[in-house]
Design a protein around this ligand. Structure first.
Ligand SMILES: [Zn+2]
Length: 70
């Protein structure tokens, strides 16, 4: 577990991030990046689980998973 800022959830609060699972890793790889050491925001909002994924120290390389990953 790590705590990072999340551009989707916003604010100054740090959110718990966890390592992406196999399905998430496959999707990230299908988009081009090497998915090793990618993490997903573990925060939940009104619409369900947050879809933000990123390399743990490289937020600008991250993106949102498609809605099917909620
Ligand atoms: Zn988030």
């Amino acid at each position: 577990m790590a705590h990072r800022h999340c551009p989707n959830c916003g604010g100054l609060k740090l959110h718990p991030f966890h390592r992406v699972n196999d399905a998430e890793q496959r999707y990230i790889a299908s988009q081009g990046p090497n998915p090793s050491d990618w993490w997903r925001c573990g925060n939940s909002g009104e619409k369900g689980r947050c879809l933000w994924v990123q390399p743990i120290y490289h937020q600008s390389a991250g993106f949102s998973l498609p809605d099917s990953f909620r």
